[in-house]
Design a protein around this ligand. Structure first.
Ligand SMILES: O=P(O)(O)OC[C@H]1O[C@H](OP(=O)(O)OP(=O)(O)O)[C@H](O)[C@@H]1O
Ligand SMILES: O=C(O)c1cc(=O)[nH]c(=O)[nH]1
Length: 172
């Protein structure tokens, strides 16, 4: 259960009303602008602290998804001391040509860190890249779940998915 004062503060700063097209193509009257709480160090720390107990005890690497998952993974990394990796939407086409930057995930138990999950499409795409880099993905932890029902990724039916907050916690 999320701290109600944190939910109220996130709602106040990051819940926008209007007409928004989401990554999935869905149209929504509500948009959670994660950058608004990620840009506030005190709020980002509180969100990271809510995510800590959701991490599997044997987590070895935190993998934040470009772009919004990266500050959260970094914040959780600072608190836990776990190394962070950063998952690009696509591999870079020059230099190291990596899709997964930062900590080496090969052979490691990795948790994907995401900001907002709606359909889970972005997580599924990232999971493919992280798996291709040799990781054992043991779970997904997000700040805000706004999908239907319990947190889950349709393309990864056996993957444990947990969320610090839901859309309902934030008033819909
Ligand atoms: O669960 P889904 O239906 O895939 O939708 C959620 C995704 O959409 C947003 O990504 P976007 O690419 O817009 O965000 P960014 O600003 O983090 O790059 C959000 O950060 C999630 O990654
Ligand atoms: O589904 C999305 O694209 C999405 C929804 C939302 O509330 N916030 C966000 O950053 N992305």
């Amino acid at each position: 259960m999320i701290d109600p004062t944190l939910a109220a503060d996130i709602r106040e700063i990051a819940s926008l009303q209007g007409t928004f097209r989401l990554r999935s193509g869905q149209i929504s009257r509500t948009y959670f602008d994660k950058y608004r709480f990620e840009a506030d160090p005190a709020l980002l720390r509180r969100v990271a602290n809510e995510m800590l107990p959701l991490l599997p005890a044997d987590t070895e690497v935190l993998a934040g998804l470009e772009l919004g998952g990266v500050p959260i993974a970094t914040a959780v990394s600072l608190v836990t001391g776990l190394p962070a990796a950063f998952v690009r939407k696509e591999a870079k086409e020059y230099g190291t040509c990596l899709a997964v930057e930062g900590a080496d995930v090969r052979g490691k138990r990795v948790v994907l860190i995401e900001d907002v999950i709606t359909t889970g499409g972005a997580v599924a795409d990232a999971a493919r890249l992280v798996s291709a880099a040799g990781a054992d993905i043991i779970g997904v932890v997000c700040a805000i779940w706004r999908g239907n029902g319990k947190p889950a990724i349709a393309a990864l039916p056996d993957m444990p998915v947990t969320a610090a907050m839901t859309a309902a916690d934030l008033g819909g």
